[in-house]
Every structure is written in structure tokens, then in C-alpha cells.
Design a binder for this molecule. Structure first.
Ligand SMILES: Nc1ncnc2c1ncn2[C@@H]1O[C@H](COP(=O)(O)OP(=O)(O)OP(=O)(O)O)[C@@H](O)[C@H]1O
Length: 970
């Protein structure tokens, strides 16, 4: 290499510095100034890692004062190049000395980089092509958004996620029974919506005490970083923005915060794609006087396109409030409560028809007539013919049956809006075992209760409530606030015995009120030094989380957790198998919430429920009413609330007076049990049956879980990820079984690798390992370490050029091949939804010297295996010597690449039109009978189709990477 002042060179290792100029040559050293970046470098002349910038005839180059020259001739004198040609702006002849080239010139095109001698390492080209292929595969996959969650593959959850996650702006009520995984279902839907670009900004509103649990669950299971917004966080955010809600994309906040005027106003001003409301049964509604919470959520739900409401007990605040929550989702459909009630009463014929179809037997004439009538807007005759024709094969018959069931579910009831899975429909749950413990009523209580009955306080409901807590009656009687009742209340001694007999077991104790929980904890601690955590509304959020963690801790943790009612909502305590109900709530839904703390997914043992109660008191009545009337301890009671509403007056009167002289209790239990059975049968035949069929996925044809399992087990992901880490400079160390430690190094190709912590991270590719170890990250195609890694590769120039040797004696020596990687990419859109029809698609061509494309017969992998790298110096020479051939081949490759692109775009268009037209035809058909369908859903689909067509028509072809290959004989 000869160097001369004023020549232009680029750094091989630091091409981002821009064009360098030689500003000094002294002794054996050389100084280059890079004006674009203001940097200067000193190199040894012998080993300077730099490449001379040389343009060719036909190139367009930029001068330092920003005009462009089309090069027609090149002169060189005194080792300085001068380019001669025509100025594009004026059309005049012009000369441009290399010294006056624009300092910011970048070699964007791979061929320019190749000729400029910026030739990448062999393995980087391979990584780039594989990255394109894998990204393409992922963007097309029907599993997109469902792979990356660290969760067990539980069918009912994935069914709902697949069904809902792919909708535009889903508006649904997730009402699975307690502990069946609504948070996980919501997480899967959010994850899918975010990854596929259907949503970008998400707001989760929930009771304050569940904020942290959600935060952790979203991060640990879905790698979603939500931010909790409380008063102080909002204050802080005002320093950076006018509206605090604009400072984060994923926000969690409490219902109590958001209902305050100033916060609600700001939340409404911010733009969101998805609103999630957990424990939505708290949204009390009354036509005359809806609650402040309901009003706030209603405003948000009107403004935000997607809404997920979560509640395990939709009827807890009555059927009317249930209706009101459906109204939040679609006010046009649910406009009148009475109309809703009437419609519910008419579900039976639909259920009968669906049942007959599900049975798979030949249909009776009655059933056929009924189906024809229920689906009157559609010609069902051909489908019915398929079902009844014995010559038609089974698969076809099944698909016709399913189509009809789908139609029935779609067009009747709340099918598209409401999802409810029940334990009875999902197998494999542990049993609930009851041990009721009758204890004598102490004299101290007897006296206090006698006096209290003589001076009743409050209305009858208040008296019933008071009667359930003799310890409080006693305290009022004694005018004391201390916990002296613990000294003689037999429940305490019984509890201590239970705890001591089960020393290796975790025990959850729930009492209605915080003061009772605190008294129990004190008694356990002071009398027997039993380690107990407490959990009640008087604790701060951090204290509550600490307390829950202390109970969860295996070694040195608390054996016992005593919590008030508040602890019984939403919390995960399924690692415990013993539940003591120190007292009982009057509302069956609250009882279900309490038991749901242990009876939830992840519970591996039968659950032992203890109900200690004081004999001959209201406690005994309530216990027996639950046990004998509703079987509420050993079974879930979806009908509980309705039954309670029906018998409430008798029950409350019995509890308030404690008078069972006329055997009222037995009569009440009998009445309750009959009513409960009747209701259960009705539900089984009516709305619940429809809901169950709709929610369970029995109709789904896809093999979703099998596909995910297969994907989990494919080895090529692991191979690719490790190769990517190698190239990007991420250090990998073996850790325990199935685990690996990843650490950033000083030689990383990207200085900022989002998702990879500075001090490293332990990862696994194995779902089971990830499920059993919270400290390990679960790597999938959707994990940020992988998606960001792919981004680093594909948004940079890593691997865009390569030169290699093909050792092959059967080819003439020095035969040449050019491998070109084009990409078809929709431009000017951040609409990630389009990628489901037109993902960024690589096109690979392998040309011989006559521009014949061998790519279809010679696969990338088989060809790549025969290649060997060569050193940079020789690579440069080879590339420079073949420049005109390469230019020529690139030109000749264009028609082939363009015709392949046209095929890809045609297919994408057809696919897009077919899918969107099918979606809108279905919505239109449904709309004729089911006002569930919103006008804006249909409009959105047609707008989207027009928009996508335009984008597809403007799609461009880009040459992304290039590899030049020369053959030799070995
Ligand atoms: N697919 C799954 N894989 C692993 N754990 C799961 C899965 N689904 C649920 N769980 C666990 O089961 C428990 C119950 O799930 P979740 O909290 O989502 O239920 P829920 O229906 O929201 O309960 P609640 O009605 O009490 O609010 C949680 O500890 C959750 O982490």
C-alpha cells in the first residue's frame, strides 16, 4: 500500500467513523483524520487496518459541498484520484478530487462495501442469512406471541389466547372460575397483541394490593416491563412530561388512583390500545347511581379500543352488575337489562341443538328444524346433508358439524364476548376435603351474647354480621380492645394443636377482619413461638408483599399465614395445602375467593379445609348452610350468589336471632339445596353450557399445543441462538443442567445489547427448567435477548459482504459464483400487522458467471458446507479484480429477483384479501342476527384492506447481502 497526503481511506474495524483523510505521514506512522466523527487515528504504516476508497465509472458520488457527480472517467496523478463526470444537479461537466469527497459517505449497498474492501467474516454472512430466514418464519407463524411465555401449556388458556389474541381490539370478559389462570390468559393476549403489533400501549387497572403480583407475573412470565403508577410516580413523571401517562407504554395502576379526577383526565388524554381491569366484580353498577369506579372504567372503556375485564365471580354483585360489565364492553348490544334477561331465558333450544351436534349422532328432524331456524340467515341445508349422508367420510362430517356449532355459538348469547372455564370442565384438579370442627361456646361469650341480644345494634343484616364474631361482641361487652378473648376462645387452642401436629406443612388461616388476624398471630407467637406472617389492609403494599414472600419461603419461612378477607383475593398461595377458615363470610362468592387461594392451578395435593365453629351459635348455622345447603366447601358453587340472593332474608334473620326453635335451619338448608340443584340443572342446560363449549376449545381444529411443543423441541433454535451469541461477542458458559450463563464482553459487536444485563444472565432453552426455576430466563424466539439480537444483526451491516473459496476438483479452477440475498420488504410502515401477510422475505440467488441462477437446486446449507473462508487481504484483491463481473451479474439478476418478488407480493395480496374478506363476511353475517358485532370492527377491516393493498403495491426489493465465491482445486 502506498500512502499519500489527501488520500481517502476507511477504517476496517471502525467503518462508522466515516471517510478518513491522510493528514500526516511521519516515519513509520500514519495519521488519519475522520472529519465526520471528529476522530483521529494513528496507525503503523506496515499494518494499517484501512482500505482505500475507490469509486468506479457509473457510480454516483457526493462532494463535500453536497453536489452529486456521475462518474464517467477517472484520473490518478501523484497518487491522488480525480473523478471526472457530470453534475447531476446542473448537468455540467465537473472534476472532483478525492480529497473533496463528502466526509459522510457511507457504503450502504453491499456491493459498494465489497468493492471498498469492507469484507465481513465468513460466519457473519451465514448468520445474517439465517437471521432473515428465521425472522421471516416467525413473522408468518400462527404461534406468534404464544411461544415466549414461561407457562405450562394448559389447553383452555391457550385456546382463549389464540381466539382472542388475534382479534383487532378485543373486548371481552374473562370469567374463569377462581385460580384457573385469568392473569395468565390476559398476559398471553397482551403478549400476542404487543408482539404482532396490534397493540403498543397497555393500561392495567386493578386493586392496589394486586399491583405487585401482576408486575412480577408480567415480567417473570412474559418479559413485559410494566411500570406501577402511584401518586409519587405520577408526581415524578410531571418533571418529564405534561401528562404522566405519556411517559410509559405499559402502565399498571390502582382503581383508586385512576378514579381520581386529575388522573382520570390524564389517562383519558393519553392514547391506549388495550385496557385490562382485574377483579372487575368490584365495579358496582346501579342505574340510578353507578359507583365512581364504574364511571371511571366506563369512560376509559369508551375511549380505549381493546378492553379485557377479569373476574372469577361475575355475578358477585348481582346479575344486573354482570349485565353492566357486559355493557362496558359493548353498550350498543347490552342496552337494556330486561332484554338481556329475556334473551338468556331462550338459550335452551340453542343448547339442545349444540348438544345433538356434539354427540356426533345423526340428527333428528326436530334438531334439523331447530338448527335451520336458529341459523335462519344462512343456508345450512348443504351442511346438514353432509352430516346425514353416510357415504361421506367422517372427517368431512365432523367439520360440517363443527361449522354448525360455531355458527350457533357465534350468533347466540354472549359467545364472542364472554369466556368462562370451570373446574368441572377441566380435569385434573385436586380434591377439596372438609374437616368441620365443632367447639364449645365459652361462658364469657355466652354472657356477652345474651346482653348483646337484649340491646341489638343496627339493622338486621348488621346484627347477623355481628353475631358471627363473638369475640367482638365480647370486646364490646368488656369495653376492651386487647386480645384477651384468645385466652379462652377454644378455636385458638384447637388451632395451635393443628399447627403443631402439622409442623412440616404450610397453613393459611383466613379471618374476615384485620383485628382478628392480628390477634391470632399474636396468640400463636406469644404462646407457642409459632412463626406466622400476617396480611391485612393495614399493611403497606411493600409490607404485604414481604409478608407473602415470608410465607412462601421454604427454608426459615413462616409456617403460617394469617390474613384478613383482603388477602383472599387474587393472591397465589397454592404451595400450601391446609386452609383454616377461622370464621366465615356471609357471601358465597367471598368463600369461593378464599378457597381459591389454594385451589388454583399449580396445586399439587388435595386441599384440607378446616372450619372451626362455636356450637349453638350463628357460626354453626352458617357453616351448616354452606356445607349441607350448597356443598360450598367441597365443590365450586357457580350458583351460590343467586341462591344466596333468593334465601338471603331467611338466612340473615336466622343468623341475627340465632333462634332455631322451629327447625328453621333444616328447612332453610332443604330449600337452599333444592334451589341450588334446580339452578345448576338450568345453568347446565342454558347459558353456562354454551359458555363452557365456547370457552373450552373443543371446537378448535388447530393443534396449537402440539405445534408449540414441537417448536419447543426443534434443535435449530438453540443452534441459531448460540451462533448468534458467538458472532455478537456474547460470552457463553455452561451452568447447571439445561442452563447457560450469558455475559456481555468487551468485544461485543453492539455496545448496547438491550435485554442482556451487564453482569450476565442465566438462561435455558427448556420450558420445564424455566418453569421450575424463576431465576433463569426462558429463551425462545420471542425473548428480548433473541429479538434484540436479531435486530442488531439485521439493522446493522453485519454480514452483508463475504468472499469465500469453493474447493471442488470437478469444477474448472477459478470458476466464480455470486450469491445474492435480496429482501422484499414493505416500506414506510410501522404497521406490524402487515407482516402477517408480507413478512420481510429473503430471496436467495446463486449465479454462475453466465448469470444462471443455481439457487433452486443448490440449497444454502449444502453449498455453505463446501465453502471455506479466506483472509481479508486476499478477499479484497479477489473482489476488486472481479468488480466489473460482479456489477454485471447484479444487473442481470434483477429480472429474476423482481419476478420472484412479484410472486411473493401476489401471494401476500391474495392471502390478505382472503383473510380480511372472510373476517368481514363473517362479521356481516353475524351482525344480521347478533348485535354483538360492532360497526367499527367491520369498517376497520375494510380500511385495513385498502391500506394494505396500497402498501403492497409499493413494496421494494433491496439487495441486502452479497457473497462472492471462487473455486480452487484441493
Ligand atoms: N399455564 C400456567 N403455567 C404455570 N402456572 C400457571 C399457569 N396458569 C396459571 N398458573 C398459576 O396458577 C395461579 C393462578 O393463576 P391466575 O392468578 O392467573 O388465576 P386467576 O384466575 O387470575 O385467579 P383469581 O381468580 O384468584 O384472580 C398463579 O399462581 C399462576 O401463576
Amino acid at each position: 500500500m502506498t500512502f499519500s497526503l489527501g488520500q481517502r481511506w476507511i477504517s476496517d474495524a471502525e467503518s462508522e467513523l466515516g471517510l478518513g483523510t491522510i493528514v500526516a505521514i511521519e516515519g513509520r506512522m500514519l495519521t488519519l483524520l475522520f472529519p465526520a466523527s471528529g476522530e483521529q487515528r494513528l496507525y503503523s504504516i506496515q499494518e494499517a487496518p484501512v482500505t482505500r476508497v475507490r469509486f468506479n465509472i457509473g457510480d454516483e458520488i457526493l462532494s463535500h459541498d453536497d453536489w452529486t457527480l456521475l462518474v464517467t472517467d477517472i484520473e490518478e496523478s501523484n497518487e491522488i484520484i480525480t473523478y471526472i463526470g457530470t453534475r447531476i444537479d446542473t448537468g455540467e461537466e465537473a472534476r472532483l478530487k478525492e480529497t473533496f469527497l463528502n466526509n459522510f459517505i457511507k457504503f450502504n449497498k453491499p456491493q459498494d462495501k465489497l468493492f471498498a474492501g469492507q469484507i465481513d467474516k465468513f460466519d457473519r454472512f451465514v448468520l445474517r442469512y439465517k437471521s432473515l430466514l428465521n425472522q421471516h418464519e416467525q413473522q408468518r407463524s400462527h404461534l406468534r406471541g404464544l411461544l415466549g411465555a414461561r407457562v405450562d401449556l394448559i389447553p383452555h388458556q391457550f385456546y382463549i389466547a389464540e381466539e382472542v389474541g388475534q382479534r383487532h381490539a378485543p373486548r371481552i370478559l374473562l370469567a374463569d372460575e377462581v385460580g384457573l389462570g385469568k392473569t395468565i390468559e390476559a398476559g398471553l393476549i397482551i403478549h400476542q397483541q404487543l408482539i404482532t403489533g396490534r397493540a403498543k400501549r397497555v393500561l392495567i387497572v386493578l386493586p392496589e394490593n394486586l399491583q405487585h403480583q401482576w408486575l412480577v407475573e408480567m415480567l417473570r412470565r412474559f418479559n413485559l416491563h410494566f411500570s406501577i403508577f402511584d401518586e409519587s410516580r405520577c408526581e415524578e413523571a410531571y418533571l418529564d412530561a405534561v401528562n404522566p401517562f405519556d411517559t410509559e407504554q405499559l402502565v399498571l395502576c390502582s382503581i383508586d388512583l385512576i378514579r381520581k379526577q386529575k388522573h382520570l383526565k390524564n389517562a383519558l388524554l393519553a392514547t391506549w390500545d388495550l385496557l385490562i381491569v382485574d377483579e372487575a366484580h368490584h365495579l358496582i353498577w346501579d342505574k340510578e347511581k353507578p359507583s365512581a369506579q364504574y364511571n371511571a372504567i366506563e369512560k376509559l372503556a369508551n375511549a380505549i379500543p381493546g378492553v379485557l375485564l377479569l373476574t372469577a365471580t361475575p355475578d358477585q354483585l348481582g346479575h344486573e352488575s354482570h349485565f353492566a360489565r357486559l355493557r362496558l364492553l359493548d353498550p350498543n348490544r347490552f342496552y337494556d337489562y330486561q332484554a338481556f334477561v329475556n334473551e338468556e331465558a331462550g338459550y335452551k333450544p340453542v343448547v339442545d341443538a349444540v348438544n345433538q351436534l356434539l354427540d356426533g349422532k345423526f340428527l333428528s328432524d326436530d334438531a334439523k328444524n331447530s338448527i335451520t331456524e336458529l341459523l335462519s340467515e344462512q343456508d345450512v341445508e348443504p351442511l346438514l346433508n353432509v352430516i346425514t349422508d353416510i357415504t361421506i367420510d367422517e372427517a368431512e362430517q365432523q367439520s360440517a358439524q363443527q361449522e354448525l356449532i360455531r355458527g350457533l355459538l357465534d350468533r347466540h348469547g354472549t359467545g364472542r364476548l364472554l369466556f368462562r372455564n370451570t373446574r368441572s370442565a377441566i380435569k385434573g384438579f385436586p380434591k377439596r376435603l372438609l374437616k368441620s370442627v365443632a367447639l364449645p361456646l365459652p361462658d364469657q361469650y355466652k354472657t356477652a351474647m345474651k346482653v348483646s341480644k337484649m340491646m341489638p345494634v343496627g339493622d338486621i343484616a348488621q346484627q347477623a354480621f355481628t353475631a358471627l364474631y363473638p369475640e367482638q361482641i365480647y370486646q364490646a361487652f368488656e369495653a376492651s380492645t386487647d386480645n384477651s378473648w384468645c385466652a379462652f376462645d377454644p378455636r385458638i387452642n384447637w388451632l395451635i394443636d393443628l399447627i403443631q401436629q402439622n409442623k412440616n406443612e404450610k397453613i393459611l388461616i383466613i379471618a374476615a377482619q384485620a383485628q382478628t388476624a392480628l390477634a391470632i398471630e399474636e396468640a400463636l407467637r406469644t404462646r407457642e413461638a409459632i412463626k406466622a406472617a400476617v396480611f391485612h389492609e393495614g399493611l403497606s403494599l411493600i409490607e404485604r408483599d414481604k409478608s407473602a414472600a415470608y410465607f412462601a419461603q421454604v427454608e426459615d419461612g413462616a409456617q403460617v399465614m394469617v390474613c384478613s378477607e383482603i388477602g383472599s383475593e387474587g393472591r397465589n398461595f397454592q404451595f400450601a395445602h391446609h386452609l383454616v377458615l377461622f370464621d366465615l363470610p356471609i357471601n358465597p362468592d367471598l368463600l369461593e375467593q378464599r378457597i381459591g387461594r389454594l385451589d388454583r392451578i399449580g396445586q399439587r395435593c388435595d386441599i384440607q379445609i378446616y372450619t372451626p365453629y362455636l356450637k349453638d351459635t350463628s357460626q354453626e348455622f352458617l357453616q351448616q348452610w354452606y356445607e349441607q345447603g350448597l356443598s360450598a366447601f367441597t365443590q365450586t358453587t357457580p350458583t351460590g350468589h343467586t341462591v344466596y340472593e333468593a334465601v338471603k332474608d331467611q338466612l340473615i334473620s336466622l343468623l341475627a336471632t340465632g333462634d332455631n326453635s322451629d327447625n328453621q335451619l333444616d328447612k332453610l338448608i332443604q330449600h337452599t339445596s333444592t334451589l341450588n340443584n334446580e339452578l345448576k340443572t338450568n345453568l347446565e342446560q342454558g347459558r353456562d353450557k354454551l359458555l363452557e363449549i365456547n370457552s373450552s376449545g373443543v371446537l378448535q381444529n388447530s393443534n396449537l399445543l402440539d405445534d408449540i411443543t414441537e417448536m419447543d423441541q426443534l434443535p435449530h433454535f438453540t443452534g441459531f441462538a448460540l451462533q448468534m451469541f458467538d458472532v455478537l461477542g456474547v460470552q457463553q458458559e455452561d451452568s447447571s443442567e439445561h442452563c447457560l450463563i450469558l455475559k456481555p464482553t468487551e468485544h461485543m459487536l453492539a455496545s448496547d445489547y438491550a435485554g442482556l444485563p451487564e453482569d450476565g444472565v442465566t438462561v435455558t432453552f427448556n420450558r420445564q427448567t424455566a418453569l421450575s426455576r424463576d431465576d433463569v430466563s426462558y429463551l425462545t424466539w420471542e425473548h428480548p435477548i433473541i429479538t434484540n439480537g436479531l435486530d442488531i444483526v439485521l439493522s446493522s451491516e453485519i454480514g452483508t459482504t463475504s468472499v469465500a473459496i469453493l474447493k471442488n476438483n470437478s469444477l474448472p479452477a477459478a470458476s466464480t459464483f455470486l450469491e445474492l440475498i435480496y429482501v422484499v420488504e414493505a416500506i414506510n410502515t410501522d404497521n406490524a400487522q402487515l407482516s402477517r401477510f408480507l413478512p420481510t422475505t429473503p430471496i436467495r440467488l446463486l449465479l454462475d458467471k453466465n448469470a444462471k441462477n443455481l439457487g433452486e437446486n443448490v440449497t444454502f446449507d449444502s453449498f455453505n458446507r463446501q465453502l471455506t473462508p479466506i483472509n481479508r487481504h486476499i478477499s479484497r484483491k479477489v473482489a476488486a479484480a472481479s468488480q466489473s463481473l460482479i456489477d454485471q451479474l447484479i444487473k442481470q439478476s434483477l429480472p429474476t429477483a423482481q419476478s420472484l418478488m412479484a410472486d411473493i407480493i401476489d401471494e401476500a395480496k391474495q392471502n390478505m384479501q382472503h383473510t380480511l374478506q372472510q373476517e368481514s363476511a363473517r362479521l356481516l353475517a353475524l351482525k344480521a342476527v347478533n348485535p354483538n358485532i360492532r360497526e367499527d370492527e367491520i369498517q376497520y377491516l375494510s380500511d385495513q384492506q385498502a391500506n394494505f393493498e396500497q402498501i403492497l403495491d409499493n413494496t421494494q426489493l433491496k439487495l441486502d447481502a452479497i457473497r462472492f465465491i471462487v473455486s480452487t482445486h484441493s
